[in-house]
Write a protein that binds this ligand. Structure first.
Ligand code: CP
Length: 339
């Protein structure tokens, strides 16, 4: 049942810069209309969503349709059986089927399976090992696509890299991207910021992470980003002063995430992200500190909490273009997996 011989798209770390650039090049050709593909003709893409989605779900459905494929949607507990995820579980509760059988069965019907399985932000070690996604990869006998796991959102990351390339068509080197933490009423996972930092550090752009001290990302993640920036000839800076970090930025990517304190002291974590650091909302006054920066966000976004109306509605906001690019990179990913 091992899926070792399969090519999956579950982690950016499995893919070289050259591979990812080739996928983005295909996406750019698809977007321009210079490339039309029926690589999915006769194929079925399974989509398993343990968590809600707008962009990922619809853009994969449309991507599959454009390539001549169809989709089969599974939303556990919403018209599909509830799924147990723990190995060795005594299933005497409210879970009807084990994910081990479900993924093996879907592998009989589908030519690839996309899975969205967020972090529960309860078990730090399981989250950092991306345990559920990696289990699903083992159970599958067809390629698995990560539609956002505990640790990564690689499809979002590729769309973000494509957007950075569109913003700086010649060269991103010498430009500055700031990923700034933002307040939020809910504790959110680190998958998107991890993937943003991954692609930004591969792109050659200078990268600044702006966040309160308690919202630092995992030390291993930061070390990997620093190493990639060095090898790509760019700088990586961590700054706990948002105003200073934003100075001379060419791109500002806002996102909220939970610091590691969420695992040890959830009440303190809530008061930090929702009271202590409420003034981290990205405003037009803060954007005025930048080098007329473009604004990015993965969406969905809470207006006037994460970022003000003025920033979202400004001509410098490219979050809709960024979301549109999800469609093109995902078509290119499917083509790569099905070629
Ligand atoms: N950015 C993103 O993944 O959006 P959805 O959660 O709506 O899929």
């Amino acid at each position: 049942m091992s899926s070792n011989k399969l090519t999956h798209f579950t982690s950016l770390s499995d893919w070289s810069n050259a591979d990812l650039n080739a996928i983005i090049d295909t996406a750019i050709r698809l977007k321009s209309g210079n490339l039309i593909s029926q690589a999915g003709k006769g194929k079925v893409l399974g989509l398993v969503f343990f968590n809600p989605s707008l962009r990922t779900k619809i853009s994969f459905e449309v991507a599959a349709a454009h390539l001549g494929a169809t989709t089969a949607l599974v939303q556990p507990g919403q018209g599909s059986w509830t799924l147990e995820t723990e190995p060795g579980a005594i299933m005497d509760g409210n879970k009807t089927e084990h994910v081990k059988e479900a993924i093996q069965v879907l592998s009989q019907y589908c030519d690839a399976i996309g899975v969205r399985a967020f972090s529960g932000l309860q078990d730090r070690d399981a989250d950092f090992a991306d345990v559920l996604l990696n289990r699903i990869r083992e159970y599958a006998t067809v390629p698995v696509i990560n539609l956002e796991s505990a640790m990564e959102h690689p499809c979002q990351g590729l769309a973000d890299w494509m957007t950075i390339k569109e913003l700086f068509p010649g060269e991103a080197k010498g430009k500055k991207l700031v990923l700034t933490w933002a307040p939020h009423p809910n504790a959110l996972p680190v998958a998107v910021p991890n993937s943003v930092l991954d692609v930004a550090s591969r792109s050659g752009i200078d990268v600044t992470l702006a966040c309160p001290p308690e919202m630092l990302l995992h030390a291993e993640t930061l070390e990997r980003v620093k190493t990639m920036c060095v090898s790509n000839g760019s700088r990586f800076v961590v700054d706990h002063d948002q105003h200073r970090a934003l100075q001379a930025a060419d791109v500002v990517y806002a996102k909220s995430w939970a610091g590691e304190i969420v695992y040890t002291d959830p009440d303190k974590a809530k008061s930090l992200r929702w009271e202590t650091y409420r003034d981290w909302t990205l405003t037009s006054e803060k954007m005025a500190l930048t080098n007329d920066a473009k604004f990015m966000h993965c969406l969905p976004v809470r207006r006037n909490v994460v970022v003000s109306d003025e920033v979202l509605d400004s001509p410098n906001a490219v979050h809709i273009q960024e979301a549109g690019n999800r469609l093109h990179v995902q078509k290119a990913i499917l083509m790569k997996l099905w070629e």
